[in-house]
Design a protein around this ligand. Sequence first.
Ligand code: SF4
Length: 93
Amino acid sequence: MRRKNITLETSWQEYSNCLGVDADLFFPERGASTKEAKQVCQGCVVRLDCLEFALVNSEKFGIWGGMSERERRRIRRQRALDRQLVEAHEDTA
Ligand code: SF4
């Protein structure tokens, strides 16, 4: 069984586009638009760091790296499937 890689490394946040932007924008009410938050993320130089942080730490709420929880869940599911395939391949090798 794999250990969960929790990371607290957040130095990338110093370069984020959302510094000084109202945090509520990134944590919209259920069903509210995420468009504005995603627009802020679009040109963010640390978008991938932000997204990876949220994925690794299983952030359940908000827009991270320009993606909603649903979109991040899809990536986590795909990564889990990829890991299973690799492990299955290693078992047969
Ligand atoms: S990707 Fe979006 S939420 Fe993440 S640091 Fe950049 S602007 Fe902020």
